[in-house]
Design a protein around this ligand. Structure first.
Ligand code: PGA
Ligand code: ZN
Length: 421
């Protein structure tokens, strides 16, 4: 079976912003479509998301955010190179690198390369008669990842109603994914109604979390812990934080808006240590800015051994940055976002390198998502162990949760154990 047609076009993500889709037609007549997500609190070292701002293709209605150039690159530069090719994903990703060998796909756009690479992966799974998860792991029990789910949103996703970006929960004592999700839904429901009765205005943020206002991160943690306790889930569900601190790091200082406090790196290390030593927090993401390596290294040396220290903007799913983090013991886990990298196989290579060096991996969605569910299959088939999708609200989020429920119901699976060192 080989590739008969590749067509790129523009669709919308969950924020109503343009993103790239590819529909690939195989010689058996089947079609395979993939859509790519887009971040809002992006790291400086991510692969290049090509948008039309400043080009003649930019349309005023999309405020420069259209992706017609990336789409044109798929149709005029990528498609001719791939037509007639058989479905070897690694070989096709290699051809995509030949089309644009610049780091981060600066020329044709990582949104163009990833949409194509994902459509090829789906087509290859079809050609081998397997689901996408099974394409990556043909034999044995599939590993359904432990979810890390957003309850409260702040930062760039919720108009900075809270300085940090996410307060999440990890249902670490659940026996299976379906049970884990039922706990999360209950916590979120309680938090939504309790938020109202406290008189705080709330919005549903970009990832479906509640955009409640809190004076401090401590207050936000206390609030979520109270919901967990009231449901009788204390000790079974722990907290996770995404500090997303690059967003409030300016002039070498961490500046919190809600409290008006400014911290040096050393003072912010103490602040973060205080948080993780006070609350049942089992994972902390981006506690320090993307290039403040010294703070990461110092924090990692002092943090509790059981804490997952997770690099998102720090690593941007980039092998070289991960290698530096491993060499310097800057963290012990990496967030894996395919669109920070630009290709399916090289994203998988970063994940494999993390596992080979005892780093935990959390496959993650973006704040701008689509109803596509490939993320659930990748997280499962790659045996990532953990997944982060946002909240349980919004069809672009439930598409992933529901796909995991489907895999658990229909395949031979086991449920991942929580992070441990
Ligand atoms: P983003 O946020 O998709 O807006 O970058 C997600 C995250 O920081 O984990
Ligand atoms: Zn993050």
């Amino acid at each position: 079976m080989n590739i008969k047609r590749i067509l790129g076009y523009q669709v919308l993500d969950s924020r109503g912003r343009p993103t790239v889709a590819v529909t690939l037609t195989l010689s058996d007549g089947s079609t395979h479509t993939a859509r790519v997500p887009s971040g809002a609190s992006t790291g400086a070292h991510e692969a290049h998301e090509l948008r039309d701002a400043g080009t003649p293709k930019a349309e005023e209605f999309f405020a420069g955010k259209s992706v017609y150039t990336a789409v044109a690159n798929i149709n005029s530069k990528i498609a001719p190179k791939l037509l007639g090719h058989s479905l070897n994903l690694a070989a096709i990703d290699g051809l995509l690198v030949e089309v644009d060998p610049t780091p981060g796909h600066q020329v044709i756009g990582a949104n163009a390369t990833l949409a194509t690479s994902l459509a090829v992966a789906k087509a290859a799974a079809h050609a081998s008669g397997k689901s996408l998860a099974r394409y990556f792991q043909p034999e044995g029990k599939l590993l359904i990842p432990m979810p890390m789910v957003n309850i409260l949103s702040g930062g760039a996703h919720a108009n900075r109603s809270l300085d940090i970006q996410d307060v999440l929960v990890i249902p670490h004592a659940a026996d299976n994914f379906a049970e884990a999700l039922s706990w999360i839904v209950a916590i979120r429901e309680r938090a939504a109604s309790d938020g109202k009765s406290h008189g705080v205005t709330h919005l549903v943020a970009d990832e479906g979390g509640l955009g409640l206002s809190f004076a401090s991160t401590d207050d936000a943690c206390e609030f979520v812990l109270a919901q967990i306790e009231l449901l009788g889930l204390s000790g079974k569900v722990s907290l996770a934080l995404d500090i997303a601190s690059t967003q409030f790091f300016t002039d070498n200082k961490y500046s919190l808006t809600t409290s008006g406090t400014t911290y040096s790196s050393d003072a912010f290390i103490d602040e973060m240590l205080n948080l993780v030593n006070t609350y049942p927090i089992t994972s902390i993401e981006d506690p320090f800015a993307e290039d403040d390596w010294a703070a990461w290294n110092a924090f990692s040396a002092q943090a509790p051994a059981k804490l997952q220290i997770l690099g998102d903007d720090l690593f941007t799913t980039n092998l070289h940055r991960l290698e530096k983090g491993i060499a310097e013991s800057s963290a012990n886990a990496i967030l894996i976002k395919a669109n920070q990298n630009g290709l399916v196989t090289s994203t998988q290579r970063v994940l494999a390198h993390a596992h080979a060096n005892d780093f935990a991996t959390v496959v993650s969605a973006r704040s701008g998502e689509t109803e596509d569910s490939w993320l659930a299959d990748l997280a499962t088939g790659w045996r990532a162990g953990q997944i982060k999708v946002g909240s349980t609200h919004g069809a672009e989020r439930t598409a992933k949760w529901n796909r995991l429920l489907e895999l658990e119901a229909t395949e031979e699976t086991e449920f991942a154990k929580p992070f441990s060192q």
